[in-house]
Design a protein around this ligand. Structure first.
Ligand SMILES: [Zn+2]
Length: 473
């Protein structure tokens, strides 16, 4: 027995010696570059990180779904070897754009009726078209078209409230995009729910189906304070709290909404929602065109983010949101396009430029909303608004690899003194060359790989015939 133990001991010692030799040998070998799944190199990398680093030429190393390093191109080249490489020379590399408000399937109503007063537009066109056409197939085909447009124009995360939201979620996931998505809840019958109770039940089923997904974040989406009674607004908040998920709603979009609220409750919309205990964390209020100083103070106190949609607000002549005031108050302000029926595209570069111009004009101050702030609104502040800034919104090691590259080689972009200035004041969605989400290349050299482009367009054109028939009736 004793002898046996001694033998075992000497065997153990031998093993330890072998392990030590192996370790020394390993360390002595020259350290080769680490192999990663993808390297984007050679462009001007605008990180939008806390120090607002810009590397030129810079590179981003990606492994699987995550960014592993962002640095000068020569540093990355020494440290890493990519299974795939994207040459971004002559391009700007930046975080994927975050659209914080939209209704994706409404791309199928793009240009159906323009230049009308809001109520005429809604009652004679949007509502009849929706009543006659919205079903799961319509939502699927519309979301695929929207996803194609968003991938082509550099949006990697979109925020959505519509109907049959599970179809929006499936199409978003298939396209490889990220989405914060919520089923619209209304007091009156909608295309998929006869009552608000049914809308909430659908929402809870949706949350259970998609929570924990890599790309889809479920949200609760009560439409607005003027389209829902107090009990349903409270129930929406309770549901969001139960699952600790975001809330999306429209607030203070028109003067009509404010006068309705004042008439009914003697309170402005944000004040009314405060009085019923609606405001809470992870809330994205869309529009906020008509906000008083007191309402801005409430939103700030409750840490509610504003999704500013300049093009929709201008096209529907809703008014100009007090964006500079909200920023000065310390609110998180992000950008959105709204649905394509009131924009009429999903190009976040255009939303960024329009936002800058609109607020310079409104304040009569060209220093208002500088390019650096607008780019943040389209990226990191969008991520903050959605409560996702630990995962997305900037190019940093450890974050998800949501990356786009934008060409700066054309006449329009020449010369380039300042990349951030060009991104906001010169670039258009069509300048995006590569779109990467969660480490997957969704568009390479303008060829979308995650969707069958010809099929998506053909399906959308066929669906448009049904929309025309519905509006004719
Ligand atoms: Zn909207």
């Amino acid at each position: 027995m004793r002898r046996m133990t001694t033998r075992l001991r000497s065997f153990g010692l031998l093993l330890a010696v072998f392990a030590l030799v192996a370790l020394v040998a390993c360390q002595a070998a020259p350290a080769g570059p680490q192999v990663v799944s993808l390297i984007v190199t050679g462009g001007t990398v605008v990180t939008v990180d806390a120090a607002r680093h810009v590397f030129s030429p810079g590179a981003v190393a990606v492994n699987g779904r995550d960014i592993v390093a962002v640095d000068r191109a020569d540093v990355i080249d020494k440290r890493f070897k990519g299974a795939q490489t994207i040459d971004a020379s002559g391009q700007v590399v930046l975080p994927g754009l975050v659209n914080t408000h939209g209704h994706a399937p409404m791309v199928l109503y793009r240009g159906l009726a323009d230049d009308l007063a809001l109520m005429e537009w809604l009652q004679n066109y949007v509502f009849p078209a929706e009543a006659g056409t919205v079903n799961p197939e319509f939502v699927r085909i519309g979301t695929r078209l929207a996803a194609l447009e968003m991938i082509q124009s550099g949006t990697t995360t979109h925020t959505d409230m519509y109907y049959f939201e599970e179809e929006v979620a499936k199409a978003t996931r298939e396209a490889g995009m990220r989405g914060v998505l919520g089923e619209t809840i209304l007091n009156f019958p909608s295309p998929d729910s006869k009552t608000p109770a049914e809308g909430l039940a659908r929402t809870e089923a949706f949350i259970r189906a998609f929570r924990g997904d890599q790309l889809v974040v479920p949200a609760v989406a009560p439409h607005a304070m003027y389209t829902l009674d107090e009990q349903w607004l409270r129930a929406s908040r309770a549901l969001a709290d139960k699952y600790a998920i975001p809330v999306i709603l429209h607030v203070g979009e028109t003067q009509d909404e404010v006068s309705t609220s004042l008439g009914k409750y003697k309170l402005r919309p944000v004040e009314y929602l405060e009085s019923i205990g609606f405001w809470g964390p992870r809330t994205i209020a869309a529009h906020g065109v008509w906000l008083s100083d007191a309402e801005i103070a409430i939103l700030k106190r409750r840490n509610v983010a504003l999704s500013h949609n300049p093009e929709s607000n201008m096209k529907l002549a809703s008014g100009t949101a007090p964006v500079v005031k909200c920023l000065n108050a310390g609110m998180i302000v992000a950008l959105g396009t709204d649905g394509a029926a009131s924009n009429n595209d999903l190009d976040m570069f255009e939303a960024a430029r329009q936002a800058a111009f609109l607020h310079k004009l409104q304040t009569m101050d060209p220093r208002a909303l500088p390019a650096t702030v607008v780019l943040e609104m389209a990226t990191i502040r969008g991520a903050q608004a959605l409560g996702m800034d630990r995962e997305i919104g900037s190019l940093e090691a450890g974050k998800r690899a949501d990356i786009i590259t934008v060409s700066m080689k054309g006449a329009r972009q020449t010369p380039m003194y300042n990349a951030v200035s060009h991104l906001v004041y010169v670039s258009k969605g069509d300048d995006v060359q590569n779109t990467i989400v969660n480490g997957r290349v969704l568009m390479r050299d303008r060829k979308v790989t995650s969707l069958d482009e010809a099929r998506v367009l053909a399906d959308a054109r066929a669906m448009a015939e049904r929309v025309k028939q519905a509006v004719k009736k």
